[in-house]
Design a protein around this ligand. Structure first.
Ligand SMILES: Cc1cc2nc3c(=O)[nH]c(=O)nc-3n(C[C@H](O)[C@H](O)[C@H](O)COP(=O)(O)OP(=O)(O)OC[C@H]3O[C@@H](n4cnc5c(N)ncnc54)[C@H](O)[C@@H]3O)c2cc1C
Length: 291
């Protein structure tokens, strides 16, 4: 499953990017939650989108989606869990991996307060992806911090691999295997030395070798740690290029104004810039890169 371009995010910016990319005849895969899950779907009336005043957010999104899919953009519904930037870009969604030569980030605003120790131990015991890293913890104790609706299934999967799972969340989970112990916990901190040795939950230590933190979305900076940001938004130039070759960004993730017209315009520019990047690669006879 290999595409010219992968667009991460199925809101207005991602859909506009897909439309522009298809206009240049590039194959494009949009990875995101359902288009109905964009925050725009909650707008009862949008009056500032040129030419189409008075539509609901959901109506606008439906038009954008129809346009993109009608032009041949492909869609995968799910959460991008990990991203490998080597010889292009490999994006993991569930157990599937999708390959693209250029990447457009359009995830909207993903604001996440991190737990103490989370960033420090990322890749050294902290993981956001049970499918990607579960096997590393076979026969070892792991803690799953369940913050997304699918987290109980991910915990069940880890248990089925042979991990000794403890599940922690602020609210009792639905669908958790009854053999998995559940701890109701609010205040968490990851503890360790070279690697993770435990998770502190409301002052009590749960010893473990791995901590899986499963949120609704994974922030682009967690997917691509080398991505440059400024004031908590992705830093881009006027071509919507980030500091990483082949990676472009558009929409709310690049900062205000947080509005549809700006997201659409940036998605369009990002896609044209990505097309230029791809055409440049073809001219040079180069099919991949390592940012
Ligand atoms: C109630 C409300 C009313 C609004 N009214 C207006 C208005 O009247 N006019 C106006 O111009 N703007 C309005 N806005 C703002 C507008 O909705 C946003 O500016 C616009 O949706 C931004 O588009 P985007 O594509 O950048 O991001 P989003 O619309 O946020 O889309 C990004 C999508 O990517 C998904 N995603 C993120 N990370 C991942 C991941 N790792 N894997 C898979 N999917 C992921 C998200 O779940 C989301 O669905 C309103 C917003 C709200 C909440």
């Amino acid at each position: 499953m290999s595409y010219d371009m992968i667009v991460l995010g199925s809101g207005p910016a991602g859909l506009a990017a897909a439309i522009a990319a298809r206009g240049r005849d590039k194959s494009v895969l949009v990875i995101g939650s359902r288009w109905q899950d964009s925050p725009l779907a909650r707008a009862e009336r949008v009056d500032n989108y040129p030419g189409l005043p008075g539509q609901t957010g959901l109506e606008l999104l439906e038009e954008f989606f129809r346009h993109a899919s009608g032009l041949g953009a492909e869609f995968v519904t799910g959460k991008a869990l990990s991203l490998l930037a080597w010889n292009g870009f490999s994006v993991t969604v569930g157990s599937q991996v999708y390959q693209g030569r250029a990447l457009i980030l359009a995830p909207g605003v993903v604001r996440q307060a991190k737990y103490p120790g989370e960033a420090e131990f990322l890749g050294r015991g902290v993981s956001y992806c049970a499918t990607c890293d579960g096997m590393l913890y076979r026969n070892r104790p792991v803690a799953v911090v369940g913050l997304s609706p699918d987290a109980p299934q991910e915990a069940n999967y880890l248990q089925s691999l042979g991990c000794q799972v403890v599940y922690l969340s602020p609210r009792p989970p639905q669908g958790l295997d009854k053999d998995i112990p559940y701890i109701k916990a609010g205040k968490l901190a990851v503890r360790g030395e070279q690697t993770v040795t435990g998770l502190e939950a409301d002052g009590a230590l749960v010893p473990c070798a791995g901590v899986f933190i499963l949120r609704r979305a994974v922030a682009p900076t967690d997917l691509l740690p080398a991505l440059e940001t400024e004031d908590q938004v992705i830093k881009v130039d006027r071509r919507m290029a980030t500091n990483l070759p082949g990676v472009f960004a558009a929409g709310d993730c690049t900062g205000g104004p947080l509005q549809v017209s700006k997201a659409i315009g940036e998605g369009h520019v990002a896609a044209l810039s990505a097309c230029e990047y791809l055409d440049g690669q073809t001219t040079q006879g180069n099919t991949g890169h390592t940012p």
